[in-house]
Design a protein around this ligand. Structure first.
Ligand code: RFL
Ligand code: PHB
Length: 390
């Protein structure tokens, strides 16, 4: 079996890429290790930049997002209980973000792809990538106990942080950059009304907290916890109490408790692998880089990567031009590093660090106070939050 583009992974990166190629008449097959229900059930991001919204529109999969998603024109930053408003729209000349769950994006992309007759091979195990420096690379995998081979012109590894794509890059070529933070985010989903109409990023002496939402009756809240904490340590009551404490008295009164139906801890990490291509293998999304979720950039970076990669593959197949493909890694990394910087900065500024001394603590607070009192400071935050142009 031969296909122009073999895509590993049916997360947002792989699915979006297959759609962007399909609308220009380029065939691809997605190999996904897990089953459909697992992929559709994974709870993750919630904030989409307009760049990603535009891509969803371009591929004709935006109807439900426009019906059910919520346009947010601002965010709040709370510092030890005092809330400051960042008017994203006013500060960026009209830009906003869309609050719509990654789970819903994934469901919409899978359903549309299958409706079009596109092929997603779920349960494709033990994928291995071969001859990536040749003109005929191929992928081996196992489905239902049977060994299969898929030959292709190009391989797009959209297989997340633990995928096989990055591991296939030769060690002497690959350079990695990493920062692991000494804390994680404990996140819950609950049937409750949102605290306010916009997200609240709260910096408190006891640690960071975030109030987000999925709809007007489902909330997504997070609190910073030490990396060593386990889910069992956190009863629902303890979670709600800690959230209220970190929001401060006034906003605590606005918190609506409801039945918690999901609870998990995610570690925080910054990571970049360079280059994002080798021979005919191209990495996109979490396969190449991870950001801590504080800037809401992970999913959006996956989208900008596949925007660049799809344009490059289209130039290759439609116009026989290789320049965009040759430059893919440089083009993508220029945007990736700016989002890495922003996510690291938001994380550093809003969280408490056990290994920081009193001086570090005061400097952090001074930076936040400055940012909130300066139009230039707020503009910097806003313009990065809504997403830098592609
Ligand atoms: P994914 O989503 O991890 O998908 C990779 C897919 O590849 C499959 N796979 C394989 N398939 C075949 N063979 C193999 N060997 C394979 N190895 C892996 C996997 O099963 C999976 O289906 O990567 P992708 O597509 O690059 O998408 C990245 C995003 O999922 C991620 O960056 C975001 O979720 C990060 N993130 C956020 N991003 C935002 O833009 N805004 C947010 O508000 C936001 N909040 C978050 C987040 C991530 C979080 N967690 C849990 C890490 C909040 C949280 C809590
Ligand atoms: C979410 O709603 O899951 C969410 C929102 C904003 C972030 C991270 C996660 O920065």
């Amino acid at each position: 079996m031969h296909v122009p583009v073999a895509i590993i992974g049916s997360g947002p990166a792989g699915l979006l890429l297959s759609h962007l190629l399909y609308v220009r008449g380029i065939e691809s097959i997605i190999l996904e290790r897990k089953d459909r229900a697992y992929v559709e059930g994974r709870i993750r991001a919630g904030v989409l930049e307009m760049g990603l919204v535009g891509l969803m529109e371009k591929i004709g999969v935006a109807d439900r997002m426009h019906r059910e998603g919520m346009i947010h024109e601002g965010i709040y930053i709370s510092i030890n209980g005092k809330r400051h408003h960042i008017d994203l729209k006013e500060l960026t000349g009209g830009k906003t973000v869309m609050v719509y769950g990654q789970t819903e994006v994934t469901k919409d992309l899978i359903a549309a792809r299958l409706r079009q007759g596109g092929e997603i091979v779920f349960g494709a195990e033990d994928a291995s990538l071969h001859d990536i420096k040749s003109n005929r690379p191929y992928v081996r995998y196992v489905q239902n106990g049977k060994e299969c081979t898929l030959s292709c012109d190009y391989i797009a590894a959209c297989d997340g942080f633990h995928g096989v794509g990055r591991q296939t890059m030769p060690e002497n070529i690959l350079k990695t950059f990493e920062r692991v933070y000494p804390f994680g985010w404990l996140g819950i989903l609950a049937h409750a009304k949102p605290v306010t109409d916009e997200l609240i990023y709260a910096s408190h002496d006891r640690g960071f907290a975030l109030c987000s939402m999925r709809s007007d009756h489902v909330v997504r809240h997070y609190v910073q916890v030490p990396s060593s904490d386990r889910i069992e340590d956190w009863s629902d009551d303890r979670f709600w109490n800690e959230l209220r404490t970190r929001l401060g008295e006034e906003d605590a009164a606005l918190v609506n408790e409801g039945e918690v139906f999901e609870k998990s801890i995610a570690p925080l990490r910054s990571f970049v692998a360079e280059p994002m291509q080798h021979g005919r293998l191209f990495l996109a999304g979490d396969a190449a880089h991870i950001v801590p979720p504080t800037g809401a950039k992970g999913l959006n970076l996956a989208a900008s990567d596949v925007h660049y990669l799809s344009e490059a593959l289209i130039a290759r197949f439609m116009d026989n031009h290789d320049e965009l493909l040759d430059r893919y890694s440089d083009t993508a990394l220029a945007r990736v590093w700016k989002a890495e910087r922003f996510s690291w900065w938001m994380t550093s500024m809003l969280h408490t660090f056990d290994d920081h001394d009193a001086f570090d603590g005061r400097i952090r607070r001074a930076e936040l106070d400055y940012m909130m009192s300066s139009r230039a400071g707020k503009t910097t935050l806003a313009e990065n939050y809504v997403g830098l142009p592609y």
